[in-house]
Design a protein around this ligand. Sequence first.
Ligand code: NDP
Length: 404
Amino acid sequence: MREQQKIKTDSISFLPAGGEGGKRIAIFGSTGSIGTQALEVIAANPDKFSVEVLTANNNDDLLISQALRFNPNVVVIGDEKKYSKVKEALSSTDVKVFTGEKSLEEAAAMDCYDLMLAAIVGYAGLKPTLKAISNGKTIALANKETLVIAGDIMMRKAVENRVPVIPVDSEHSAIFQCLIGETRNRIEKIILTASGGPFLGRKPNYLLNVKREHALQHPNWTMGAKITIDSATLMNKGLEMIEAKWLFNLKPEQVQVVIHPQSIIHSMVQFEDGSIKAQMGLPDMKLPIQYALTFPKRIKNDYPRFDFKKVSTLTFEEPDVKTFRNLVLAREALYKGGNLPCVMNAANEIAVYAFLRNRINFLDMTDAIEKTMQRVPFIEKPTLEEYFESDGEARNFAADIIKL
Ligand code: NDP
């Protein structure tokens, strides 16, 4: 058994170093579900944070209103066609406006912030996050895909640059919290809880006909479209298994998944003496976001509290891997490693967006991912460049299979 990640609250510098305005925050993906909730947390604690960087891809209107409200140093709008509108709208302010993919990396390299909330969805978040790590910025990581694509390189760079990577994903935040004060103790396994999504208990003949509107109805969480579909297919839990491996330096066999439909226990750690620690609470992403932004401190808030009198039963069951085969594919990627998780992630991104555009049915997503994983040549120890190439190759194969 390898040694677990060392989480010493006293060794991780608790910023602010940012002076009177508090900790200086850069939100990459500020217009998304995580980004907007993070801004709610910040707005409720104006003495603790200042907002320095905000980025969006297309949503110019929301980016403009966020910039007018939070007065950051820099905003980046990904879509170059929207640049003039954003620039014009912010012309009476000091906010610097940039556009294009390269600008995301340039903004990540700036000195004006202390902590990056990595909340871009998918592969697009990888390069800016790597840039921030190289520049010694603390990372609050929502974008799990970055660790799935190149977790070895990302965590190595984080160690080299003495950069804390604090999880935002509720499951990993739970594990992170359970490990506080346990640096000397060995983990037997971690148990990731999964709600099971909207199709818990359904069989393939039902799933064949489900539409995007139905798949977008998550029972417990309100999230962006891509992660909501990932939750419905259980790929989200597959991505999270790989995310956990890298964050907590685990062997594949130490990562277990259990279905827990109430989403009250956010995940658990079992230590070598058999004792299990769990972190609990209502399903509300503002809590792990706030914790990642204020770590190692906890701060007061007025979010609704869990009431044991109202929920009398917490249940647990095995995932149905015969129906939700993405978990099997993800487990294969977890065990085999190399470029396989990167290939799986790329194929999944293509498949999910095809499903969201009503181009393929629910079960076709898994078929496309499986075929792509079989086709892209395996590389055992890829370089960063080879990860980029594997991602591109997998996207092409998956698009070809789906006939996009
Ligand atoms: P959303 O789709 O709601 O938001 C994504 C954000 O990324 C938006 O700001 C979007 O800009 C931006 N973006 C999208 N594509 C690009 C691109 N090509 N280049 C630059 N920016 C881009 O996603 P979520 O907030 O739901 O999720 C974000 C990440 O956090 C994901 O990796 C997800 O897995 C993870 N996560 C999310 C949780 C949740 O509750 N939502 C929970 C745990 C993890 P625009 O709005 O302009 O399109």
